[in-house]
Every structure is written in C-alpha cells, then in structure tokens.
Design a binder for this molecule. Structure first.
Ligand code: 5RP
Length: 213
C-alpha cells in the first residue's frame, strides 16, 4: 500500500465525520485533495471555508460551496494534513506554505482532525519548520532567527514571505514560544496538541485513530 493510498483512506474516514449543517474548514495539500471529492460525494448541506486559494478552487471543482472566512465566527470541524505528527499530538505543518490560514482555521474549529499517511508519524519533530514572515524588516527578522532560509515561492495570499527554520527543534513548545515572540514572524508551522482533537492515520489498509485533546 502506498503513502498515497494511506492518505486517501484517512481522508475518506474524515469525510465520514461531517454532518449536515456543519461549517467545515478545508485544509491544504495532497491528503486534503483526497478529502474534497469524498466530502462532495456525500452531498451534505454544509458551509465551507478554505485555507488556500488552491483548496478553494479544488473544492469548487468537485461541487463544494466555499465562502470567504470573514462572516463565520466559528467552525464545527476542520480537516487538514500535516508534514509530521508526534504521538502526543505536536504537528509540523506548512509544507505547502499555507500554515497561517491553516492555524487560524484549526483554532476556530470545535474539532480539528488531522489526516496523514503512516510515514508522517515520527518519534520527534525534525527541521525544517515552515515560517511565514512579514516582508517588512525581512533581513532583520532573518538575522534574529538565524538558520532560516527563504523558500523560492510566491508570497502568501496575505502578502507574507514563506521561509523555513532549519535549526534544531528540540522542545517544540520552547521553539514555538521563541518563534511566536519574534515580531517579524507572522506564524510558524508548529501546531500544539491543544489544537488537535485527533489524528486519523492511514496504515496499510486500515485507519488508526490517535486521540490527542
Ligand atoms: C500545507 C500543509 C499540508 O497539510 C502538509 O504539507 C501535508 O501535505 P500533504 O497532504 O500533501 O502530504 O501543511 O501547508
């Protein structure tokens, strides 16, 4: 079974969590790419917001209605992938550079469910940690952070610069606090366990549920 098959299995299981009337946050990435058609196939009356222009377009393509995330003040459920997941529920996200909107959507959701293939589950988090940086003062922010390289991608929809922190992760809570304290950092890809409800891990031909918060 390939990682792609495991992603699809986890995504299909997540589609089963959605109920009529829910407001649902749609993550970004190839795993979410499996989730969107599985959700659309259920034909439920739901409201959706997307974490990236790419997801918004892909969701519309399969027939999901997506609205801007400015009128809804909370979501029932958000579903998203991750680059790394520890057993205690720390995530590294932002492989697609969408982590700022992903974190806002996750935090607004009553339940945030992560969908991954089994190779994403790690004993400890390793670099790089994706960052979104303010363009203003960029060189000063890079100097203060150290060990950070810019990613050769367009600015985010919010005008930020995507970069990767390549230093050691160590204690993720300590690194998250350090990154949060840097004024030029818009957001970082470390998502704490408190944000995560549970993780659906595609493993071979089954899906394991790892409860977190
Ligand atoms: C995008 C993300 C993705 O969820 C993460 O990169 C996983 O991607 P994929 O589902 O393609 O493996 O955080 O910013």
């Amino acid at each position: 079974v390939s990682a792609n098959d495991e992603k699809r299995l986890a995504a299909e299981a997540a589609a089963g969590l959605v109920e009529a009337g829910m407001a649902v946050g749609l993550g970004t990435g190839t795993t979410v790419g499996h989730f969107l058609p599985a959700l659309a196939a259920r034909g439920l009356p739901i409201r959706c917001v997307a974490t990236s222009p790419h997801t918004e377009a892909a969701a519309r393509e399969v027939g999901l209605e997506v609205e801007p995330f400015d009128a809804l003040d909370r979501l029932d459920l958000a579903i998203d992938g991750a680059d790394q997941v520890t057993r205690d529920g720390w995530l590294v996200k932002g492989g697609g550079g969408a982590h700022t909107r992903e974190k806002i959507v996750a935090a607004a959701a009553g339940r945030f469910v992560v969908i991954v293939s089994s190779e994403k589950v790690v004993g400890r988090l390793t670099p790089p940690v994706p960052l979104e940086l303010h363009a203003f003062g960029l060189q000063a922010t890079l100097r203060a952070l150290g060990g950070t390289r810019l990613r050769d991608v367009p600015p985010t929809p919010d005008g930020g610069v995507v970069a990767d922190y390549a230093g050691a992760v160590g204690d993720p809570a300590a690194l998250a606090a350090r990154l949060d304290a840097e004024p030029g950092v818009v957001s970082h890809g470390l998502f704490p366990p408190a944000l995560v409800s549970f993780v659906l891990v595609g493993r071979g031909d089954r899906v394991d549920r790892v409860d977190v918060a």
